[in-house]
Write a protein that binds this ligand. Structure first.
Ligand code: AMP
Length: 564
């Protein structure tokens, strides 16, 4: 018999109601034992709030705006019911459940309710993710509507949570590892190790159930099967990274390019992108390089490719992406946009996984096996001053900043932790004026939380948008900002308001890109509000001429891509 989705929703409801970890684990253990093999991975993923397996490159790509429209359409309940419950609980899933219950009461009928199974829900989620191309929006909407209409209010609560990826039951991945260990009687250490290698606890659970402990022990890398990437967190500065890494760290140049994984078996080489898709055909010169330089029979490397101009300086990231998207006339583009490879890690060598080895040891093995292929520039230091100099050198060479890597850290696939920390130089912040704003999604539904940032053109007096951000302000500040912007509103169109340019904010960003998105032809990348400049008037804010100056300055160190 196939497990009903209702059972999963009821389990989550019980998890939400308790904070007792042992009880939570036991509830999940019983549930996992009741499932058949095919249901395990979907169930584990969904309990953790993931609609699809972690390794999947697909996303549902459904916003709360779309979802809420569908809910309104199906239930036909006044939306204030949602808002009221949401303000009480702060939980979108619970508020949606109330709306569905209300709808049922009103109509004295059940919505079309049939018993959904876990497997069916997964298939539907896959179909939603797969809807792409022309007409995909409507197709996605139809599929979502069909799925939600077939569900009970409790099921809808958890479907919505899965859609928006906010489970909030307190049952996290670490507890899931314990539940799997208990449910299938496999020592916790072995579950954790397999989870680390595979980077997907859902897959671990499925192997434990289907094939048992023996197979789990053998979980490892296979050449040509891409490994989940280890990811980095942001550090504010070098001092923070040094402290986090116990006073000493390895610093590498952080190159602004594209991460690739190179797999080699005998004479065959394959390359995978950051999203783990096969991009071998787009990068013929990298394939050649690997073949020429790597003597090992079997290996998996990681590195960064950057695009360079004829002086050897890195050119902006957006041009490099054209190399990845191109599927024909590759040679021609390869000539126009040459790329350079720098390796920074090795995960597997001649049948042995290297990920449990400490960073310094992996780096040594990498150097021994990469032939003439350059490695990312690196120093190991415990001196702040030396580190600051290294950061300067990286930026002066046209790179993005540094990556600090804990010297004794293993490679942890799929995990964004503090073993790797990104350090970017602070670019001079800009004081910009908010010219319009949009209401947010989810929790921020009633707040003007997305801001369009503009700089004044001194020649015309016009405020020209240079970026948009929802980052940087606290909830309290957003609420206050919403109040202020509503008072300044000139016109309102759907969920966007145009305001009198009055509020000045200090904005940090990563770089200024050339962009057709805005009239001024430039756009800030990774903009974030640092603080509200109560002390500045819009006339005192930065001008578009100043933005252009900073934009141009980037090219003194960076290469420039010529379109001619
Ligand atoms: P971010 O994309 O800002 O989260 O930064 C992480 C990315 O930096 C990685 O996924 C790599 O593509 C890139 N990167 C550049 N240089 C390095 C390096 N030396 N070590 C690791 N990642 C690097």
């Amino acid at each position: 018999m196939q497990a009903p989705f209702k059972a999963l929703a009821e389990l989550c409801e019980k998890l939400e109601a308790t904070t007792k970890r042992l009880l939570m684990i036991d509830l999940v253990v019983q549930f996992l034992r009741s499932l058949n093999a095919e249901e395990i991975e979907p169930a584990v993923s969904m309990i953790l709030g993931r609609p699809l397996p972690k390794w999947s490159q697909q996303t549902l790509d459904v916003s709360w705006a779309t979802l809420s429209e569908i809910i309104k359409h199906i239930t036909n309940v006044e939306w204030k019911v949602f808002i009221e419950t949401f303000s009480k609980t702060g939980d979108i899933g619970s508020a949606t459940k109330t709306v569905f219950e209300e709808s049922k009461l009103k109509r004295q009928t059940t919505l079309f309710e049939k018993s959904l199974t876990i497997t069916e829900v997964r298939h539907q989620l896959e179909a939603i993710a797969e809807a792409a191309g022309c007409g995909s929006r409507e197709k996605k909407e139809r599929l979502i509507e069909a799925l939600i209409s077939a569900a009970s209010p409790l099921e809808v609560k958890y479907l919505v949570k899965i859609f928006i990826g906010e489970m909030r039951t307190g049952f996290h991945e670490g507890l899931m590892e314990q539940a799997i260990s208990k449910a299938f009687q496999i020592p916790l250490k072995e579950v954790q190790k397999a989870s680390m290698t595979l980077g997907d606890i859902g897959e671990v659970a499925a192997i434990a159930k289907k094939e048992g402990r023996e197979s789990l022990l053998k979980v490892g890398f296979k050449v040509f099967k891409p490994v989940r990437l280890m990811l980095a967190q942001m550090a504010n500065d070098i001092a923070e990274a040094l402290k986090e890494h116990g006073g000493k760290t390895a610093l590498e140049y952080k190159l602004d390019g594209a991460r690739i994984q190179i797999h080699k078996l005998s004479e065959e080489v394959k390359i995978f992108s950051k999203r783990l898709t096969d991009v071998t055909a787009s990068l013929p010169e990298i394939v050649e390089k690997a073949k020429e330089n790597v003597r090992a029979k079997e290996a998996i490397f990681e590195g960064e490719v950057i695009a360079i101009d004829n002086r050897g300086y890195p050119i902006p990231f957006q041009h490099l992406m054209r190399r990845f998207k191109r599927v024909h006339a590759i040679e021609e583009l390869a000539e126009k946009i040459p790329v350079q490879l720098y390796l920074f890690d090795i995960l597997y060598l001649n049948g042995e996984s290297l990920i449990a080895l400490p960073y310094l040891q992996r780096r040594k093995i990498l150097a021994e096996n990469s032939g003439e292929i350059p490695l990312t520039k690196q120093i190991v230091t415990d001196k702040l001053e030396e580190a600051e100099q290294f950061l300067k050198a990286s930026v002066n060479a046209g790179h993005e900043g540094l990556m600090a890597k804990r010297i004794d850290s293993p490679y942890t696939p799929g995990i964004r932790g503090k073993h790797w920390l990104k350090i970017k130089p602070v670019l001079e912040p800009l004081d910009l004026v908010i010219v319009s704003a949009e209401y947010g999604y989810g929790r921020r539904h009633d707040w003007l939380s997305d801001y369009y940032l503009a700089a004044r053109d001194t020649e015309t007096g016009e405020y020209l948008t240079v970026g948009k951000t929802f980052k940087g302000l606290t909830d309290a500040e957003i609420i206050e900002m919403t109040r202020r912007l509503k008072e300044l509103t000139i016109k309102e169109e759907s969920r966007r308001v145009v305001v009198v340019p009055k509020v000045v904010v200090e904005v940090t960003y990563n770089e200024i890109q050339k962009s057709p998105k805005y009239k001024c032809g430039m756009a800030l990348r990774f903009a974030r509000i640092n603080r509200i400049r109560e002390d500045k008037t819009p006339e005192e804010a930065d001008t578009i001429q100043r933005v252009r100056e900073i934009y141009e300055k980037q090219f003194l160190k960076k290469g420039r891509y010529k379109t001619s």
